[in-house]
Ligand binder design. Sequence first.
Ligand code: FUB
Length: 367
Amino acid sequence: MLKIKAKVMLSLTLIAAVGASCQQRNNGSNEKNAATTAMKKTYLSEPLVSEIYTADPSAHIFNGKIYIYPSHDIEAGVKENDNGDHFDMRDYHVLSMDSIGGKVTVHEVALSVKDIPWAGRQLWAPDAAYKDGTYYLYFPVKDKNDVFRIGVATSEKPEGPFKAAAKPIDGSYSIDPAVFTDTDGNSYMYFGGIWGGQLQRWKDGKYDANGSKTDTGKENEPALTAKVAKLGKDMASFDGKVKDVVILDKDGKPLLTKDHDRRFFEGAWMHKYNGKYYFTYSTGDTHFLASAVADSPWGPFVYQGTFMTPVEGWTTHHSIVEIKGKWYLFYHDTQLSGKTHLRNIKVTELTHNTDGTIALIEPNGKK
Ligand code: FUB
C-alpha cells in the first residue's frame, strides 16, 4: 500500500478516465479538470452488491453455482498511512449467484477476526478451495506481533461459517493467498504482496521488523517475486519449500525492481487455459493487471502484457474464472464510495488472445 495523497489520487482518477499511461503525473493545475472528468466517468460494469463494501473478489464455481470470496471493507476510522492500516477489515461475507447477471446473495458472516485465535488485525484478501466434502477459506491477517501470516479455516458449506485453525499455515507469510487446483488434483498456493503486504521484509523464511517499507532501493536488481508452495493433502499445510514465482521478459531476463509497470506487486491469481498456466497479478503502484505464462505451475513465467488499465481507486485486485464456457474477470473499484478503502466488486467478460496475451479491458470511459 502506498501513502495515498489526495492530489495523487485525483491525478490517477483522471488518468484512468482518459485511459492514458499511469506513469503520467498531473500537477495541481489539473485538479479541477480531473474532478470534472471524474464526475462524467462511466463504468464498464456496475457493482455486484451495494449493501456492503466488498473488494479483492476470488470467484469459484462450487456445485454449479458462483461463489465469491471478497474482503469486506468497512469504515474503521483508521487514518491512511504507508502500511495500509486504513484497510482494517474485521470479517468476511461470502457472495453467491446462480449465473452472471443473476441475483447476488450476501451470506451471513463467514469468519470474524475475533474467532481466529492467533489473529491481531486486518483481514485482507481471501481465497477458497474445495476437497473431499470440505471447503477451505484461506486468509491473510496480521498476527499479534503485527506480522502478516496466512491462515486456513474450514466448513461443510461454501458460504460458511468457517472455523479457523489454531495457528497460521506453517511457513506462510505476507498476504493475498490464491489457491489453484490443477487438472491432476495437485493444489498450489500463490501468495505475497509488497509494501503494506510486508513481502520485502522476508528473507530466507525470516522476518525483519525494521525492514524497508517499500521495494525501492535496489532498482537494477531482479524484482521481488510472488511466492508459490504446493499444498499438502490436508489442504492446510505446505508440502515442501516455498519457491519464487519468477517472471522473465521476452529475452529471458527477470523483471527488475525499477520496472514498476510490469513487476509483481500483489493480488496473485492462477488459471489454466489451453494447457498453459496464466499467472496474473497487480502491479500495485502503477495499478495495472498483468499476465505471465508458463508450461508449469511453478514457472518460470514469461511476461505477456497488461490486460486491465487502472480502475478508479488505488488498489487493483482480481480473479479469473470460466463459467459455462466463457471466461470472466472479477475485480473491484471505488464507484460507490469514491474512497480508496471502501471498494465494490464487479465482473466483466475476459478474452484470451491466440498469442498468449489477454485482451485489454478498460474499466472506465467517458460519457
Ligand atoms: O484489501 C486489502 C489489500 O488491498 C489486498 O490484500 C490487496 O490485494 C489490495 O487489494
